[in-house]
Design a protein around this ligand. Structure first.
Ligand SMILES: Nc1ncnc2c1ncn2[C@@H]1O[C@H](COP(=O)(O)OP(=O)(O)OP(=O)(O)O)[C@@H](O)[C@H]1O
Ligand SMILES: [Mg+2]
Length: 525
């Protein structure tokens, strides 16, 4: 039976193929175009579906894959595993993981607002007859098929949704990087631009869960970050560049750097750690800014040490003074060169250059960026640098409170909620200041024999020692203060006595001179 069917079908197929070849070879091109147009029209009467094609490579920039194609590929990878029978694996994250997507000529179904659409992955064979310098690959494309009645839904919102989702998946799954700027020396512009930032894989394990701080404050920061990352339209509406400045300040070891890592992990951002002292001048600073990508945190640690900002400001004000100083410096450098001990040239970045970096016209390029400054001495910074709008949120990270300690005890020792030593620790933390870094060091088991009890006991001892030291220091300071006060009083007393004596002498001189005057007058009289 089956054999009969094939026997009849064989010649028919052969005839169709023959006619097709004849048609392709002998019909004039223009005529074929007309025929195609009319057949398409005819088909569209009976066939209610429409197609949109997205090519892998756009005509210009042949070597670069189309961003839309890549986004669609990522979007489809969500459904491909469950629907497609043949999958294609692409490596991402520098070869560390695979993204599965539909293979050529596979079809998967998607649903949007209750309407069905179909995605087909296809390829068009390359023109093998062309003589080219490189071997031309087959041209891949995605074909989106949908019902005519959904035309507006698909073109107005579905395509945007697919692209946004695809991009979001790429961002979520990308290998995040930690960049640092290179010293801008040597080479032409191209060379320097190529190597403006050097990146390594960002793998800091700090998260908001591991960060010890007041839970309410922590939640507030997380909410702030979350709101920022979702406020693209809002920022556009109020006419502000989509960026936010954070100033983190507090004593060393209170978690400023740890918080930056936690922020990056929370928002899935890259980190650009900017070493200001290596930046040659304001122009290079601007180039560095332009070279950063969206969804990133630009960090300047210890901003007070990076530049002599107050000095720079005064410099601007007192230009004459500066000119003289510069001359002296130049003479000094010449002298040093003579002696062969000239140091590397210092950064010429100025406060106004930095202010421009934070909120000048160029800062809006790229969007979705956090700028974070850290410092141990907030009072040293120029108010212009940290005013709201530049540094929108000021966060103080301070000594460890009991709530912060509980987070550390949980993380380091798996002690949840309570322990017999907690009362004592709570009392001591109320009396003495210790940084989370010091607390953490005491809580960390140093050998396999140590357990939660021994670590907490060590912490109590350390807190008691710190309390004793603080007491001794306070006593010493009090003594010094009393001594200084005493000396001050003594000085004041001597000064008043000297003044009194001087007054006495003056009075005497006065009366003597008056006496002489009177005598003179009398003698005159
Ligand atoms: N709030 C905190 N929560 C959890 N761990 C902390 C905290 N603060 C400090 N630590 C621990 O102490 C170490 C040092 O902290 P970190 O480098 O974040 O301090 P810092 O404030 O940046 O100090 P510096 O001002 O010296 O740069 C971290 O590796 C971390 O283990
Ligand atoms: Mg730090």
């Amino acid at each position: 039976m089956m054999q009969d069917v094939w026997t009849q079908l064989g010649p028919a197929i052969a005839a169709i193929m023959f006619s097709w070849t004849m048609y392709q070879n002998y019909f004039p091109r223009e005529l074929r175009g007309h025929i195609r147009r009319y057949t398409d029209k005819l088909v569209s009467y009976f066939y209610p579906y429409m197609h949109i094609i997205v090519h892998e490579h756009e005509s210009e920039g042949w070597f670069k894959r189309s961003k839309a194609y890549v986004a669609i590929e990522r979007y489809l990878s969500k459904n491909s595993c469950t629907q497609a029978k043949r999958l294609k694996a692409n490596t991402v994250k520098d070869g560390q993981s695979l993204v599965l997507t539909i293979d050529d000529h596979e079809e998967i179904t998607d649903e949007y607002k209750g309407e069905k659409v179909w995605w087909i992955s296809s390829q068009q064979a390359a023109n093998r007859q062309t003589i080219a310098l490189w071997k031309e690959d087959d041209k891949r494309y995605f074909k989106l098929k949908f019902h005519r009645k959904n035309r507006e839904l698909i073109t107005d919102s579905y395509l945007k949704y697919v692209l946004d989702e695809g991009k979001a998946i790429s961002v979520r799954e990308r290998q995040r990087k930690l960049y640092t700027n290179n010293k801008g020396e040597g080479g032409g512009y191209r060379y320097r631009r190529w190597r403006m930032w050097t990146g390594v894989v960002f793998e800091h394990p700090s998260t908001f869960d591991t960060l010890a701080m007041d839970p309410n404050k922590k939640q507030e920061i997380m909410d702030d970050l979350q709101t920022f990352s979702k406020s693209k339209d809002y920022y556009a509406k109020i006419g502000k560049a989509w960026k936010r400045g954070y100033l983190l300040y507090g004593p060393p070891g209170t978690g400023k750097s740890s918080m930056i890592a936690a922020m990056a992990n929370f928002l899935q951002y890259d980190v650009y750690d900017l070493e200001l002292t290596s930046v040659k001048d304001n122009t290079e600073l601007r180039k560095l800014l332009i070279d950063t990508t969206s969804k990133s945190i630009i960090v300047i640690e210890d901003i007070d040490c990076s530049l002599d900002l107050t000095g720079q400001r005064e410099k601007n004000k007192k230009k004459d003074e500066e000119d003289n100083k510069e001359k002296d410096e130049k003479d000094d450098i010449k002298e040093k060169i003579k002696r062969g001990e000239a140091k590397e040239k210092q950064s010429e970045v100025t406060l106004s250059g930095l202010l421009n970096f934070i909120d000048g016209l160029w800062s809006a390029i790229g969007g979705e960026r956090l700028i974070v400054f850290t410092t141990n001495y907030v009072e040293k910074l120029d108010p212009a640098l940290i005013r709201r709008g530049r540094m929108d949120k000021h966060i103080v990270l301070s000594y460890c409170c009991f709530e912060s300690f509980k987070v550390l005890a949980h993380n380091y020792l798996d002690v949840v909620d309570s322990h017999v030593h907690f009362r004592e620790i709570r009392r001591l933390l109320g009396e003495v200041s210790m940084t989370p870094a010091d607390i953490a060091e005491n809580l960390m088991p140093k050998s396999s024999k140590e357990n939660a009890d021994t670590c907490l006991e060590r912490l109590i001892k350390a807190l008691e020692t710190a309390k004793e030291e603080a007491k001794l220091k306070a006593e010493k300071e009090e003594k010094e203060r009393a001594k200084a006060e005493k000396e001050e009083k003594k000085k004041e007393l001597t000064a008043t006595e000297e003044a009194k004596n001087a007054d006495g002498v003056n009075e005497k001189d006065k009366s003597e001179s008056n006496g002489a005057k009177e005598n003179g007058d009398v003698s005159k009289g």
